[in-house]
Design a protein around this ligand. Structure first.
Ligand code: XMP
Length: 516
């Protein structure tokens, strides 16, 4: 039986910096939501049957000619609306209030005073609290039926609402951490105002997704490139639930994986999940292609090209394949269709091994395209994937090739692989609260050391461990000295070619996470 569609919130994006963050916060409240550009066709939005709308902020004034405006269908739909910043101005404007250009522009921290403590929007929010403001224009006359709910010292109407029509607006950003009670305000809108009470569960997502995949594929066959990472693993597992043996996964072992990684991936997919997996041992081919290559960009290109060739050779040998499964996530989808990106925001592409064979004329199937990373992990667990795959730390597509600086050969790969295994083992032994990412790098430096009575001239290994939310920024992890000491002692004792271990204490920016 098909499970009911989840209650959903449509987030209307006026070009906000924070649209994605709003979506994350709504999902954290276990309410399903999707982002639409402000000028998305109404039919596309209506097809999702939204139960409520959130209007985002935007960079412009509603008073400027050509400013993006609210589609009148949204007001006419009669559903609860929450406008944020520009979204509040737009709501006030469209509902018949007056908005005038402000004399003071206010950005950053401000103290919010709640004037209508009985309002559902401010349930459990103290009378005074810190918010993150951003405003230029001011609402001077409230639209009919609206009341003022809060103010700050420079913004007379910092929140407004009409309890009858369930339309609300706040001039600040409830989605950012600096707004102390932002989560409560968003939750109040979703639960108290809009009355969304069903939790969005992964199990219902699974049923619907399997149905949709089965319909989309008809009787056709599909292939998927498994990287060992969580996204392709979850995407493949989900598609296999829908079409079983008609999915073939191709796992290219390029010899740049971490210790025991290839066998673990294959064991998980073949023996635990019973997926149809072809393992291609291309270690020699990659090593030969990389011989003498020192420049990291060049390494990436060689690996990307060979990956595609190997994948293509094996995919073409399979009969009747029409679809290619990819583990694209929602942040990439948002990037490509919001007004923000139309205005020229750069899309990050350099991290994908991808660009998979266009000339193969395969249709794409992207079953995770509406999910965030943490949701993909939850989905993976729901599908029965082993925790070591689901909770895998990020690992670059070109693998250890970017963690051996300079030219790569079998011996240098062996050294970094062992050093990395030791570092991970010791960090994981130290406790549950692991850094976001941690690994070893083999540097091209050699230095003098002494072992027993002998002078040595050995390799230098660097350990990198960082805390981060998304890899875009990072700080070096304050690992306990004891852990660092155990890592260092074990590496120099167990790997004779290494006589010195250093720890990287640089944040990103200015450094990157990988050394390359
Ligand atoms: P950087 O080194 O740019 O890395 O600070 C940020 C995050 O991205 C990971 N990374 C990659 N991930 N393919 C990937 O899937 C890649 O080619 C790649 N290169 C870097 C890196 O490990 C870190 O988590």
């Amino acid at each position: 039986m098909k499970s009911p569609a989840p209650e959903m919130v449509a987030i209307i994006d006026f070009g906000a910096q924070y649209a994605q963050l709003i979506a994350r916060r709504v999902r954290e409240e276990r309410v399903y939501c999707e982002i639409f550009a402000y000028d998305a066709p109404w039919a596309e939005i209506a097809a999702c049957e939204p139960s409520a709308f959130i209007l985002t902020g935007g960079p412009e004034s509603v008073l400027v000619p050509g400013a993006p405006h609210l589609d009148p269908h949204i007001l006419a739909a009669g559903k609860p609306i929450l406008g944020l910043c520009y979204g509040m101005q737009e709501l006030a404007h469209a509902a018949g209030g007056t908005v005038v250009p402000g004399t003071i522009r206010e950005y950053g921290r401000a103290e919010l005073t709640v004037d209508a403590a009985q309002s559902a929007l401010f349930l459990d929010v103290p009378g005074h609290s810190q918010v993150w403001m951003s405003h230029g224009d001011t609402v001077t006359t409230l639209p009919p039926g609206f009341i003022k709910l809060a103010h700050t010292s420079t913004c007379e109407v910092a929140a407004l609402g009409n309890p009858e029509t369930k339309q609300y607006g706040v001039q600040f950003h409830p989605e950012v951490r600096h707004t102390e009670h932002g989560r409560t305000i968003l939750r109040n809108f979703l639960r108290q105002v809009a009355g969304l009470h069903r939790e969005w569960e992964m199990s219902s997502f699974v049923d619907r997704a399997i149905d949709e995949i089965a319909t989309a594929l008809g009787g056709a066959n599909a292939i998927c490139a498994l990287s060992g990472g969580v996204d392709s693993a979850v995407a493949a597992t989900l598609v296999a639930r829908a079409i079983g043996d008609r999915l073939t996964c191709i796992f290219v072992d390029h010899g740049l994986l971490r210790e025991r990684e290839a066998e673990q991936v294959v064991a998980a997919f073949r023996d635990v999940l019973h997926l149809n997996v072809i393992v291609v041992d291309a270690r020699r081919r990659f090593l030969d292609a990389l011989a003498g290559v020192e420049d990291p960009e060049h390494k990436r290109k060689v690996i990307g090209r060979n990956f595609i060739e190997v994948f293509e050779e094996h995919a073409q040998a399979l009969a009747g394949v029409e679809f290619l499964v990819q583990g694209t996530l929602y942040p990439d989808v948002i990037e490509s269709k919001t007004p923000h990106s139309k205005a020229g925001a750069k899309i990050k592409t350099h991290h994908n091994v991808g660009g998979l064979p266009e000339e193969m004329h395969l249709k794409l199937i992207e079953p995770l395209r509406l999910l965030f990373k943490d949701e993909v992990r939850r989905l993976g667990l729901e599908l029965g994937l082993p925790p070591h795959i689901v909770n895998r730390q990020p690992f670059p597509g070109p693998g250890l090739a970017v963690r051996v600086l300079g030219a790569i050969d079998e011996e240098r790969l062996r050294i970094v692989r062992r050093a990395d295994a030791i570092a991970r083992e010791e960090i994981e032994r130290a406790g549950q609260d692991y850094p976001w990412q941690y690994f070893a790098v083999l540097t091209p430096l050699r230095s003098v050391g002494v072992m027993g009575d002998f002078r040595t001239y050995g390799n230098m290994v660097a350990i990198r461990a960082v805390t981060s939310d998304d890899g875009m920024t990072a700080d070096w992890a304050r690992l306990p000295y004891d852990t660092l000491q155990r890592i260092s002692t074990r590496i120099v004792n167990e790997i004779p070619e290494v006589n010195r271990v250093v720890y990287d204490v640089t944040s990103k920016p200015p450094a990157t996470i990988e050394w390359e």
